[in-house]
Design a protein around this ligand. Structure first.
Ligand SMILES: Cc1cc2nc3c(=O)[nH]c(=O)nc-3n(C[C@H](O)[C@H](O)[C@H](O)COP(=O)(O)OP(=O)(O)OC[C@H]3O[C@@H](n4cnc5c(N)ncnc54)[C@H](O)[C@@H]3O)c2cc1C
Length: 312
């Protein structure tokens, strides 16, 4: 057995905000870069696939679980010097928003109420209310799971796009820290913005039931057949480029409230699926497939799933 605190047959439902998912054959929480490296070589020797997990707010896991090693990164720290913030991957976005507001630094106040970790936000270039994490990233440090080497990338090298970064392309790197370049701001003003985002989410999103945020990305106007676009011309918003909110498309398709097993298209926000209690990963996956099929049949629009799907 390895000489680090490895667990076996751990239910992943405890580690996802959807509260679904089967067993991970091996599971470990890594608190240092050194541990990430050791655990990686151990897994390599055993030829085990690795899945990196943070707060699980953007992952849907099958009941089949994961026949490999789930490495939950728990490296947390925040250092702020002048207008540069450096933080560990597991630091929550909530903590980063609070600390930057306190230090009167502007740049991530749009992320008020955004669940999940710093690394999760970087990997998916999380964004909301016109802001994206890429707007402030100056540098990201990762470790290759293949060579164990550290790699530093600047903003351009991170290849950020809409809910995208190079870390989505390279499944074999773990983000271990990153830096943000921020601007001077006013504490009260920043607090007001962050709080208004938190309140907006509280009012409009089904936060009382387990979910993983938006199930589909918003739909780029360019992906909508020209004979369909007219019906949504008043709904087009620029965030970060012209899109039709997928919530509107799903609602218009009459899918709000649709249930499969314990999973339901939220009646509060139609681009959320909620776990009514006892949903399985497969219920959610089947509901996703159903929504995609109905929307495609009705409007010729191809919806793109936002969370990471594991084991389907
Ligand atoms: C209620 C709710 C609202 C949400 N609202 C938004 C929103 O407005 N905008 C938005 O963009 N997202 C939103 N999300 C989705 C989610 O919060 C973000 O995607 C978040 O950044 C994911 O972070 P996490 O720590 O939970 O990542 P996880 O779900 O744990 O992981 C996500 C992906 O990142 C990878 N990963 C995790 N850590 C690392 C690491 N250290 N190195 C490399 N890869 C890693 C994982 O392998 C996985 O593929 C919402 C989710 C919920 C539940």
């Amino acid at each position: 057995m390895a000489d680090f605190p490895l667990q076996e047959n751990v239910s992943l439902s405890k580690y996802t905000t959807f509260k679904v998912g089967g067993l991970a054959r091996y599971f470990i929480e890594c608190k240092s870069i050194e541990q990430v490296k050791n655990v990686t070589s151990w897994a390599k020797e055993k030829a085990l696939p690795i899945f990196v997990l943070a707060d699980g707010s953007n992952v849907i896991v099958s009941e089949k679980g994961f026949d490999g090693l789930v490495m939950r990164i728990k490296i947390e720290f925040v250092k702020i010097k002048d207008n540069i913030l450096e933080a560990g991957p597991a630091t929550s976005m909530e903590e980063l928003v609070n600390q930057t507001v306190d230090k009167e630094l502007s740049g991530i106040e749009w992320a008020g109420g955004l669940p999940g970790s710093f690394a999760g936000a970087i990997r998916g270039n999380a964004g909301a209310f016109g802001g994206e994490i890429k707007d402030t990233i100056s540098e990201v440090k990762s470790i290759s799971l293949v060579t164990g080497k550290e790699i530093i990338r600047n903003n351009t090298q991170c290849k950020f796009g809409y809910r995208h970064s190079i870390y989505k392309e390279l499944a074999n790197e773990v983000i271990v820290s990153a830096k943000l370049k921020l601007n001077k701001g006013d504490r009260d003003e920043l607090r007001k913005i962050a709080d208004s985002r938190i309140e907006y989410r509280r009012q409009r999103h089904p936060l009382d039931l387990p979910n993983s945020g938006s199930i589909f990305k918003n739909t780029p106007v360019d992906n909508i057949p020209s004979d369909q676009l007219d019906q949504w011309k008043d709904n087009i918003k620029t965030d970060p480029f012209p899109v039709v909110p997928t919530a509107k498309i799903i609602a218009d398709a009459g899918l709000q409230g649709l249930k499969i097993g314990g999973a339901q298209v939220s009646t509060k926000h139609s681009n959320y699926i909620v776990n009514l209690g006892g949903a399985t990963g497969e219920d959610i996956y089947e509901l996703i497939k159903k929504i995609k099929a109905v929307v495609y049949e009705k409007y010729g629009v191809e919806l793109e799933v936002e969370p990471e799907l594991l084991g389907f």
